[in-house]
Structure formats: C-alpha cells, structure tokens
Design a protein around this ligand. Structure first.
Ligand code: UDP
Length: 237
C-alpha cells in the first residue's frame, strides 16, 4: 500500500452529460475517498477544470489563449471547492490550496503547509493548476507530487481502465498495457498525459497508475496497489 498518494481527477470525472457537477458522482467519490482516508494514507488531490473550460477549447471561441488558460485555472478552483464540500459532508477534514491567491476562498499554495496538513491527516486539494498559463492539471499533478514527495500519482480516467495501443472505444482489438516506462509513452506517442507532465514524472521518478474511476471502489484498490490498470515507471520493473 502507498503511504502518500496524489490523486488526479479530471473535471469530467465530476460531471455527467448535461451537468457540470453530478451530485451523485461527487457523493460516491467522497464516500470512497473517506475509506482511503481511513486507511491512514496521506491523500492529496489535483482537480482539472475540463467540465467547464479548457484553454485550447476557449481559443476556438475567440478568447485569447492566456486569458482562456486563466479561465481554465479558475474552473479548477470551482471543482476543488465542490470536492471539498463533498468530503466535508462525509466528515473528512480537508484544505484547499490554490496556486493563484484568493484568500477569501482558500489558502494559498505553500508546500510546507500542505505537508503539515497531510501529516495531520487532512486531505489537501490543489486548485488553480500551477498558476501559470500553457500548463495542464496533469503537469500540476506531476509538480505537486514531486513537491510533496508522493509515492505515486493515481490518474483516474473516465471509462478507460488503462493505457491501450489504440483507442479501445474505437478499435475493439486494442490491447491494454500492464506496465510501461515514461520513455515508452514518449516513443510510442501514447496520449496518457501531455509531454511536459510525462517528462516531469520521468525526471522526478514518480510512478503513475492509470485506472478507471467509473467503477466504485477502484480508487481504494489503486491506493492499495491492487488494481488492473497500467503502471508507468521510470525504469522497467
Ligand atoms: N490550466 C493552466 N495552467 C495550469 C493548469 C491548468 O492554464 O497549470 C488551464 C488550461 O487552460 C486547462 C484548464 O486550466 O485546459 C483546465 O485544466 P485541464 O485541461 O488540465 O483539466 P482536465 O482535463 O483535467 O479536466
């Protein structure tokens, strides 16, 4: 079992068709995270914002890229607050820290404080990405995992249970990989994360577990190292 994990949730993982947030999904997620918390694992979460807006998406709507990226980062803060609220309803102690300061809403990101919260068994939710345009929340996950010394990034995917050699939703013959190295991802062009996030995980030797979060119980299994997803490491194991 891992001691300190960073869970990456995409914005879409909180939504359902027609709803930016699905209260049932949030409640179910919070119940599962409560069980993770009860295992005594240090849990940090990076949330995305794709259920509202992505920088690249907004560009096609005629919004300038940097502006659109700030909009995306603000969207992640909305999601962070939603996850916090769901966890609080389960009685799990939490703190939200944002990379863009907004002190009436959440604490600013301070790594020492984040570590202190984790030591005190509080779930820390990181919002506003890295605080910089042109980055993604996958890169944020790699960065924050490195900063807090997480053992692993758990990358919860929506409806896909790992990394395949082709898109399993389009190609029924697609084959799932059990293990990969970061170099494989780069060389084979496998679209698990953007290249900035991939190289950061590789350079800092952080393991990544890609798994399907749509089945209730999978996050708990992933934390316990008991999941049939894809494990990505720096060196081949
Ligand atoms: N974003 C950014 N810098 C960051 C993190 C995020 O500019 O450090 C912006 C970017 O526009 C991105 C959006 O916030 O598209 C939402 O994040 P992301 O697309 O990673 O969310 P997800 O796909 O995980 O829901």
């Amino acid at each position: 079992m891992y001691k300190r994990v960073l869970l990456k949730l995409s914005g879409e993982a909180l939504s359902s068709p027609g709803n930016s947030f699905d209260p049932k999904i949030l409640a179910s997620l919070a119940k599962e995270l409560k069980q993770v918390h009860e295992l005594g694992v240090d849990l940090a979460i990076v949330v995305g914002g794709g259920n509202f807006i992505r920088g690249k998406m907004a560009e096609t709507m005629g919004i300038e890229r940097v502006q659109a990226d700030y909009m995306g980062m603000l969207a992640t803060v909305i999601n962070a607050l939603a996850v916090q609220s769901a966890l609080e309803q389960e009685g799990v102690p939490t703190r939200v820290q944002t990379a863009i300061e907004m002190q009436k809403v959440a604490e600013p990101f301070i790594v020492r404080r984040a570590n202190r919260h984790l030591e005190k068994s509080r779930v820390v939710i990181f919002g506003a990405g890295t605080g910089n345009p042109y980055f993604s929340t996958d890169t944020t996950a790699a960065l924050r995992a490195s900063e807090i010394g997480a053992d692993v990034i758990l990358m919860a995917k929506n409806g896909v249970d790992g990394v395949y050699n082709a898109d399993p939703k389009i190609n029924p013959d697609a084959v799932k990989y059990d293990t990969l190295t970061y170099m494989d991802l780069i060389q084979e062009g496998l679209a698990v994360m953007d290249t900035t996030a991939t190289s950061m995980c590789m350079d800092n030797d952080i393991d990544l577990v890609v798994f399907n979060m749509n089945e209730h119980g999978n996050i708990l299994k992933a934390v316990q190292g008991d999941i049939t997803g894809t494990v990505i490491t720096k060196e081949r194991k």
